[in-house]
Write a new protein. Structure first.
Length: 87
């Protein structure tokens, strides 16, 4: 195993790989795995749609600065701006 192999900065050891292999060979509870859910939680009753948007580094910096001032995420700030514009 390469010394560069890691998970979240923690090196993966041969012992860890052996434990994972033994766990997999013993089998997993499929019902428990399916209960974990998939993806990000929805924002409403309908599925959300992802929209790609290209911004310059200056636009992105201004957006991030305002989001930080307002204690919001980028996405929250963009959604608020669209809602205000569309109103």
């Amino acid at each position: 195993m390469s010394e560069r192999e890691s998970i979240d900065g923690v090196p993966v050891t041969e012992d860890q790989i052996a434990e994972w292999a033994a766990e997999a060979e013993a089998g997993y509870d499929v019902t428990a795995l399916k209960k974990r859910g998939r993806g990000r939680p929805g924002r409403g009753a309908e599925p959300s749609q992802v929209v790609a948007l290209r911004l310059t580094s200056e636009e992105l910096a201004a957006l991030d600065a305002r989001a930080e001032r307002e204690h919001k995420t980028r996405s929250e700030l963009i959604r608020d701006a669209i809602a205000a514009y569309a109103a």
